[in-house]
Design a protein around this ligand. Sequence first.
Ligand code: SAM
Length: 452
Amino acid sequence: MSLPLPLLQSLSNVPGFHRETFEAVHASGEQVTSIRLNPEKPIDQGPWTLDNNKISWCSEGRYLSTRPSFTFDPSFHAGAYYVQEASSMFLWHAVKEMLGTDTKKKVLDLCAAPGGKSTLLASCFSDGLVVANEVIKSRAAILVENITKWGSDHVIVTNNDPSHFQSLPGFFDVMVIDAPCSGSGLFRKDPGAIEEWSEDNVQLCSQRQQRILADVLPALNEDGILIYSTCSYSVEEDEAIADWLVSEMNMESRKLNVDPSWGIIETNSPDTNSYGYRFYPDKVKGEGFFMAAFQKKTGVERVRLKEQRLPEPSKQELPILQSFLSVPENFSLFKQGEAIRAIKRVWLADLQVLAKCLYIKKAGIEIGTIKGKDVIPAHELALTSLGRNAFTSIGLTEEQALQYLRRKDLVLSDAPKGWNLVGYGGLPLGWVKVLPNRINNYYPAEWRILKE
Ligand code: SAM
């Protein structure tokens, strides 16, 4: 694997870059596999050998010694863990360092698909509100799937251009911008990307990163935290952006404490001495990554944000739906077309503000739809803890669980009639409806396992 010479030359004076070991680790072809566990969905074990190796900067992160086929692990589909590159889990450490347990915050993950950082943020900010946005429509659908499997009730998925957030001055307390970049940090994982790398693209990415940041920063509150990251080694996309944020956008750099044994390199940007954190695969057990943290120092002009009232279920519908929730008093119910959804009561007013100016793909949790006197429970409900105590749950064997996830017929003796949750290893996978002569499999067709 031959790395682009202009890239290697451009890095020659960058702190932490050692060409010999950097090239050697790329040539080695070594692959690192890591997962992040879902604290809301504990499991005893999966089809892996845990390396007994926690990821130092993320308490939920684990290295695996082999890469199993995640597709054939039912607990993966149940949202028990997310397969995530280890370096990018440094976001966990950054959040914990800067906010500690003060997590009742409004958080924006602007460039969110496929959802690695958003699911991490959902776990960190369990009493906050996380808005996971993705500008590209097809990628927003994947984001919805991953957020749904994670099962958090405090996430809103939107599909907007960064400029649309200008209608929300000072709305967010925390922003994560995991920017689209030239991708050199992933060369070891995806050697095919080497071909696509060019100096011109680095320049284009750098300009686009500034544009994205300039568009979205007005939506960050005074004293709000900005976390900027890329998977590029190029200074133009990393320290130069940090310099621009401090010198042009009135942001203040924030230092993070990093244990020297982690192998992460702290850098200072050339003009403003801003802190940045570099991950090189020859120094950490992970891929190439850059992160920098900032605090907004300028005030935000207070304006009253307009709200869009969301339609509510009727008086007849309300009690039927509330019987589907374990703790109905904590939630507000609203309608989106036919679907009835629930969001934590504390976040309803904020959702109504967001609904006025953004395209919302998913807010809170869909409970179900009412057809006559019958309620069809939504798949989303099965994957949260919201309704878990209100339904019978049938444990499946691994073979039955895979049959269910393929959307094939199931035979379950003695299953009670009506709607039942089916699960694996104590975690729900979805719904079945038990009829007198058959069992209907309600696993979403678009998510079913196609591989045999
Ligand atoms: N944060 C994600 C995660 O952890 O799973 C990965 C994000 S990826 C590095 C960058 C994302 O930015 C992509 O999903 C891409 O579609 C999106 N993107 C591309 N162009 C953009 C733009 N002009 N504005 C905002 N986002 C953009």
